[in-house]
Write a protein that binds this ligand. Structure first.
Ligand code: SAH
Ligand code: SF4
Ligand code: F3S
Length: 474
């Protein structure tokens, strides 16, 4: 199945709505605010939504309270993520009561769920726009509709892409950072891990053309980007339908002047090819870090999760990677409390964590998702036990993460400075400091007078706190 390319630069419908909104906004300063939940993919999608609203003549607002258009870019990977959006919708009701012309939109993964629109209409009738994960092209028309249609019932736009085969190209992007940039290279997922909602809400796998990607990489390099992070739900499955390998794409990006570092996420172990492993030895810009979700150390659980590898296979991949690139650090995702997980299965996960020595891990308690296979499995694990296992795992991994960080003390490492720490950086204790990342993706905090943003520096590490480091520039 071919992808349907929606080219925004010559999309008449899109450009007409953008033009009309610009006119409506002439002489008036109107603001937008976007809440973003979920993964990097969503963070980057919000950069596109920001770019589009800016094209329409809206200005970013630092606070939701002052905004005329509020979007929530949603996530439904776990129940907790959904609750955050539902809670937020409750508080936005008050803003809408104070300002009836406020436009509220819900975008992204949550909206693609079965009956979601019906639920929202019933519980949150003041929501004006509901748009699916792949519908940024419809945003201007939806906002225009909310502004210009008098009848409150007709003000609402509901749209989602059931076909899920489209790729939006040439969208205006308003990136929140410039030194390091996210870049989507593929969309969707075909894996159907039995616990996961993503294939249902993000559709089937489809890859952007290498030409479009390389063009964007070159543009970013010309505008000061030093580090590119390639994004995809199953990023290393890139190019299958184009007969173009992911490793080849990395080799091409490695040649682009101005780009100093390449990263990618998230990879699936089943798609780690020997060609990709070799790239870690060949491409000097490819950083020595790989995020490779293990999910469980038990072969039985991995099978029930439909992960298509066993622990021996995973372990073999990491060995090959470490042989090719001894400096590589591997991080992971782990789920505890998957249906049927016994004490013995859980112990295998603990043993795996011990053996693998991950530099860090995102660890989760299994959250049943409506419509997925695992949600219908018997032997669901009680919440209290999930929590207990999660705490045990976190304690063990934290010890390992801290140990790996402490091994940096006394060493001098290359960092790419991202300049002064941002307010959102939860790891930063001292907001006057600057931050740069090692090639292994560790944050290093340091004191510097001038803003060093975008510079490759060398830092001597003198302390470590869990996964972060502190040092001085040498
Ligand atoms: N596409 C990526 C990321 C998927 S979501 C990948 O395949 O790795 C990020 C992580 O959330 C997953 O790796 C998994 O560990 C976790 N996750 C997904 N569904 C979950 C669920 N229902 N309950 C708990 N954790 C889940
Ligand atoms: Fe979900 Fe599995 Fe696809 Fe990752 S690979 S998005 S965990 S179905
Ligand atoms: Fe969440 Fe959607 Fe990402 S469900 S994790 S925002 S793909």
């Amino acid at each position: 199945m071919g992808s349907n390319i929606i080219n925004l630069s010559d999309n008449a419908e899109f450009n007409k709505a953008v033009g009309e909104l610009r006119q409506i906004n002439t002489g008036i300063i109107r603001h937008y605010y976007i809440y973003t939940f979920g993964c990097q993919m969503n963070v980057h999608d919000s950069e596109i939504l920001s770019g589009i609203l800016s094209e329409c003549g809206f200005h970013p607002s630092p606070k939701a309270e002052n905004a005329d258009v509020i979007l929530i870019n949603t996530c439904c990977i776990r129940d907790h993520a959904e609750q955050k959006t539902l809670g937020l919708l409750g508080t936005l009701k008050e803003l809408k009561a104070q300002n009836p012309s406020l436009v509220i939109g819900i975008i992204g993964c949550m909206t693609q769920q079965l009956d979601f629109a019906k639920k929202i209409k019933a519980k949150f009738p003041y929501v004006d726009i509901i748009l699916g994960t792949n519908c940024a092209d419809k945003l201007p028309a939806a906002v225009l509709n909310a502004y210009t249609v008098e009848d409150s019932k007709k003000r609402r736009t509901l749209y989602h892409d059931d076909n899920d085969s489209s790729i939006i190209e040439n969208a205006p992007v308003k990136r929140s950072r410039s030194v390091t940039s996210w870049l989507n290279i593929m969309y969707g997922c075909n894996n159907f891990c039995t616990y996961c909602i993503v294939p249902y809400v993000r559709g089937r796998e489809r890859s952007r053309s290498p030409e479009a990607i390389l063009r964007e990489v070159k543009e970013l390099a010309e505008n000061g980007t030093k580090e590119i992070t390639l994004l995809g739900q199953n990023v290393n499955s890139y190019g299958k339908e184009l007969d173009y390998s992911f490793a080849r794409l990395i080799r091409e990006i490695n040649k682009v002047d101005g780009i100093e570092r390449i990263r990618f996420m998230t990879s699936h172990p089943k798609d780690i090819s020997d060609e990709l492993i070799s790239a870690f030895g060949e491409c000097e810009k490819l950083c020595e870090h790989l995020h490779l979700p293990l999910q469980s150390g038990s072969d039985k659980i991995l099978k029930d999760m439909n992960r298509k590898y066993d622990f021996a296979k995973y372990s073999e991949i990491t060995k090959k990677l470490r042989q090719t690139q001894p400096a590589i650090e591997i991080s992971t995702d782990i789920i505890v409390g998957f249906p049927g997980e016994t004490d013995d299965d859980f112990k295998r996960t603990l043993d795996a964590v011990e053996e693998m020595r991950f530099s860090f891990a995102f660890m989760f308690a299994y959250s049943p998702r409506n419509g997925t296979k695992a949600a219908a499995m018997e032997n669901q694990i009680p919440n209290a036990l999930k929590k207990e296992r999660l705490n045990t795992l976190i304690a063990k991994q934290n010890e390992i993460s801290a140990q790996i960080s402490s091994e940096y003390i006394g060493k001098t490492v290359e960092i790419l400075s991202e300049g002064r720490v941002s307010d959102e950086d939860e790891d930063a204790v001292d907001k006057t400091k600057q931050m740069g990342r090692t090639r292994t993706n560790k944050k290093v905090y340091f004191v510097g007078d001038d803003d060093t943003s975008g510079k490759i520096l060398h830092a001597k590490i003198n302390n470590s706190v869990s996964v972060t480091l502190g040092g001085e520039i040498v």
